[in-house]
Every structure is written in C-alpha cells, then in structure tokens.
Design a protein around this ligand. Structure first.
Ligand code: NAD
Ligand code: UDX
Length: 463
C-alpha cells in the first residue's frame, strides 16, 4: 500500500514536530494534524510562524516550508480520520490522578477516546499507529475497541514510539538513531509495517529502521526512558557523595564516561531531571511490574524516582541552610524555569518543586526564563495545590531580563542550563546584589572559579 494521506490526532510536543518533519521530507504525502484544543490549532496556523505554540530550534522553518503545501492543522478530527490511510495517535498519556493506579498508572482515557472516534468514523481499512508512549499491551485494548464496530472495516495497529528529546526535536527527527515499528506477525501486519517503513525510508537509512512485534516496541519505549533517567539518578546519587568527600562529580562523570562501555552521554549531574516523560514512564513501568506481582522489579525502578525527588529537595535544603537557615522575605533569583534548555516546556521541571519548597520557607522568588512567561509559572505552582493561588502570586514573580531579576537578590539559583546564562556580565550582577552574594548552580554550567574571584559564594552540584 502506498501512503498518500496521513492524519495525526494530537498537535502537541510530539505530534506537531513529528508531522511537520514527515510533511517536509515527504511532499507527496498530505499530512493533517488535528486537536480538540482550538487555541493550539489556531497558534499552529498563525500567519506569523514564530507564534506556533511550541518552541523548538529549527521548527518554525520546517512549518513555514510545509504548511499549506502538504501540512495542515485542523480541529476537524472526524474529517481527517475519514480521509487518512494512516492515523497516528499522539495524544497525552499522563499519570492517573484518580481511581485505581492513581499517581502511577498511565491515564489512557484520551487514547480510548481516539480509538472510539476512529471506530465511529472509519469507512475503509486503516492503519492505526501508536505514537504516544503506552503501557505494554495497550494495542490489545485499542484493537478490541476498533474490532467491535461491526462495520467490517479492517484495522492494523502498529506501535511506533517517538524517541525525540525536546530542545533538539527537529534534529532528532531528521537524524534519528533508530525508528522503531512494531506490528502483528500476520501477513496483514507485515504489510502495514512495510507501508510505514516506506514513509520513513524517504529520509532514514534502512539499517536504522527496526521492526519488532508490537509488545517489544511498546515496552522498548518505557525501557529506553527508564535507562536514560536511571543514568541521571545514578550520577546524582554520586553527586551527594562527592559533596561529602571532596571528589568532584564532573571529574567522576568524565572519568567513567571515557569507558566506552559506559559512554559519556546523560551523565550530567543536575538539580534533578524533569520533563513530561521520565517520571511518568517510570511510574508506569513500576505499576506494570507490580500488576504482574514483580515487586523487586518495581522497587528497582522506583528508586530512580525516589533519588530524583531527593535531589530536588536537597537543592532547596542546601539553599536554605547556606543562607543561614532562613530565606524568609529574602529575594531569590531563579535563572530558568523550563525543564531543560531550548524548550518552552515546563512540565515536571525541577524549578517548580524547588520554588515550592522555598515558598514554604516564605522566600520571595523572581524568575527569568527566556521562553517562559509568568502566567505559566503561576499555573505550574498552582497545579501542586500546596497553597492558595493568591499566596503563590504573592511569593513569585518574573522579570523579562536577567539583570533586573538579580538586582538586590540575596541568592541566584540556576535551574535551567540556557546557554545565555554563561555569557552574562557577572561582575555587573554581583555589584547589584545583596552581600554576601550566593550562586547555587543547579546545572553546573557557570565558571565557579571566576565567580569566586568576583566575590560570589558559589555552590555547584556534586563538588
Ligand atoms: P501534549 O500534551 O503536548 O499533546 C497532546 C495533545 O493531544 C494535546 O494538544 C491535546 O489537546 C490533544 N488531545 C488529547 N486528546 C485528544 C483527542 N481525543 N482528540 C484530539 N486531540 C486530543 O503531549 P506530548 O508531549 O506531545 O506527548 C504525547 C505523547 O507522546 C505522550 O504519550 C508522551 O508520553 C509521548 N512522548 C512525548 C515526548 C516529549 O518529549 N514530549 C517524547 C516522546 C514521546
Ligand atoms: C526524554 C528522552 O530523552 C527522549 O528520548 C524521549 O523521547 C522523551 O523523554 P526529554 O524529556 O524531552 O526527552 O529531554 P531529556 O534531554 O531526556 O532531558 C530530561 C531531563 O533530564 C531534563 O530535565 C534534563 O535537564 C535532565 N538531564 C538530562 C540531566 O539532568 N542530566 C543529563 O545528563 C541529561
């Protein structure tokens, strides 16, 4: 089957960039991205391509090139499903906040809604692709919904998890380490796999396109995120030991990373990992393991989360302790709010938890993040439901530049590793602060020796 019409349900951080790149690389395929959120769709369609809802380096140029040619954004979900041969499901799969599995299991209500809508609308055979990250064996549930429509339409379900990281989404999509496609072992299943392989083969080398059974593909995505996050928790665990012993975690990371069996990536000690994926996917893995009675497996992976929570709390505790055990009414400047650089995404950002701890201690926080506005910062804090929204608004604000953010501050905390922070005139910042002037570098990005020469009291992670 030659694919000429694709639809993607969900125009978020994955659906938007992924479909934009497919459309750019495959001008012969019409790609329609749909979402229930009309504001988000309007932003994707904004005349000024700089106003698209997701900030990713290089994304606006890709959208500019393909939008209106073979890339479309729409709220008409049914029409897009009806017309497409392949339907990607790229909706959110957050941790459940209610009922059985609350706080651990993946909430699959949006996935089920998509399946029901596809079942209702489809009049001819379709390939349904799981692009969202899903618990292993979700394809079974989707298939059961789709096969019970009674209208004779045949569905093939493929698992095609997305491995892009935010901040580098466009380059990850253009040069993926691998594309993973899982499908049925039947003849029809293999044909569906081939149809999707042919789409990716427009720009990905065949040896980088891996095909497996559905369950291996679903589980590989959770496993990849668990392994990546585990490396961060491992190095962060060692960062605490470094602080006690005089070892330097950057030196330790370099020394172990040069062992080719270990490798140098994902060994950067930090204030803790954030983002919408790692915590959610590991909790999901833990829940699945528990549901099969595999308690030791569950405990093993849960420790990655426990360590990460500890690392965030340790950072805020260290600030309070160093500032003479009180931050009440002190001004703490936060540089960065996003969960990593080069994204406007703040989901599960360590900054939210550190701010929450410091507000518990009655600190006044002023934030500067190049891509995050105050409205988002407040809604992130309010979402924790620690205190009234008015109280959050009283304790946190933001300024549009770093210099005014740091003026009169008692301390600066670096929460995101934005490159521009390294280029500041730190003498000027020092001169404008309360003394002694403290810097807590939660990302180990600044030159500590230089800052100490200026007069700062500088504390990094793991040294
Ligand atoms: P997101 O919240 O940014 O986007 C999801 C979109 O789906 C939202 O705009 C929402 O309005 C829409 N939606 C929900 N239900 C819908 C429905 N029934 N019909 C139409 N639209 C609907 O989420 P995201 O970050 O793009 O993540 C999507 C999936 O991809 C998740 O399963 C996630 O785990 C996975 N994933 C995310 C990343 C990442 O870096 N963000 C990377 C790999 C995989
Ligand atoms: C992650 C996976 O990397 C990606 O493959 C998957 O598709 C989605 O989840 P993402 O969450 O977008 O991507 O960003 P990532 O680069 O993995 O960073 C996650 C968090 O870990 C960030 O808060 C980052 O700052 C932190 N991190 C990363 C570290 O603290 N140290 C590191 O060495 C690497």
């Amino acid at each position: 089957m030659k694919i000429t019409k694709i639809c993607c349900i969900g125009a978020g951080y994955v659906g938007g960039p992924t479909m934009a790149v497919i459309a750019q690389k495959c001008p012969h395929i019409q790609v329609t991205v749909v979402d229930l959120n009309s504001e988000r769709i309007a932003a994707w369609n904004d005349d000024d391509v700089n106003n698209i809802p997701i900030y990713e380096p290089g994304l606006s140029a890709v959208v500019q090139e393909a939008r209106g040619r073979n890339l479309f954004f729409s709220t008409d979900v049914e029409k897009a499903i009806d017309e497409a041969q392949v339907i990607f499901i790229s909706v959110n799969t957050p941790t459940k906040t209610y009922g059985k599995g609350k706080g651990m299991a993946a909430d699959l209500k949006y996935i089920e809604l998509c399946a029901r809508q596809i079942a209702k609308v489809a009049k001819d055979n379709k390939i349904v692709v799981e692009k969202s990250t899903l618990p292993v064996r979700t394809a079974e549930a989707i298939k059961s919904i789709l096969d019970n429509t009674g209208n004779g339409v045949q569905f093939q379900i493929l698992s095609n998890p997305e491995f892009l990281a935010e901040g580098t989404a466009v380059s990850d999509l253009m040069h993926p380490d691998r594309i993973l496609i899982g499908g049925d072992t039947t003849e029809e299943g293999q044909k569906a796999i081939q149809a999707l392989v042919d789409v990716y083969a427009n720009w990905v080398q065949p040896e980088n396109i891996l095909t497996t059974n559905v369950w291996s593909s679903e589980l590989s995505k959770l496993t990849a995120n668990a392994f990546l996050a585990q490396r961060i928790s491992s190095i962060n665990a060692l960062s605490e030991l470094c602080e006690k012993t005089g070892a330097d975690v950057n030196e330790v990371a370099k020394a172990i990373g040069m062992d080719s069996r270990i490798g140098s990536k994902f060994l950067k000690a930090s204030v803790g990992f954030g983002g919408s994926c790692f915590q959610k996917d590991i909790l999901n893995l833990v829940y699945i393991a528990k549901s099969y009675g595999l308690n030791e497996v569950a405990d093993y992976w849960e420790q990655v989360i426990i360590m990460n929570d500890h690392q965030k709390r340790r950072f805020s505790n260290r600030i309070v302790q160093t500032l003479y055990n009180t931050v009440a009414d002190k001004k703490i400047a936060f540089l960065g709010w996003a969960f990593k650089k080069d994204t406007n995404d703040t989901r599960e950002s360590a900054a939210i938890y550190v701010a929450n701890d410091l507000i518990n201690e009655e600190a006044n926080i002023v934030v500067y993040d190049p891509k995050v506005a105050l409205k988002k910062i407040l809604s992130d804090l309010d979402y924790l439901e620690t205190r009234e929204a008015v109280s959050n608004a009283k304790h946190i604000t933001s300024f549009p530049d770093a210099y005014s953010t740091c003026e009169n501050a008692h301390a600066i905390a670096i929460l995101t590793e934005w490159d521009e922070f390294k280029t500041y005139d730190w003498q000027k910042i020092y001169d404008s602060m309360q003394k002694p002037a403290f810097i807590f570098d939660g990302r180990n990005i600044l030159d500590g020796e230089k800052l100490k020469e200026i007069g700062f009291i500088y504390q990094a992670i793991g040294s």
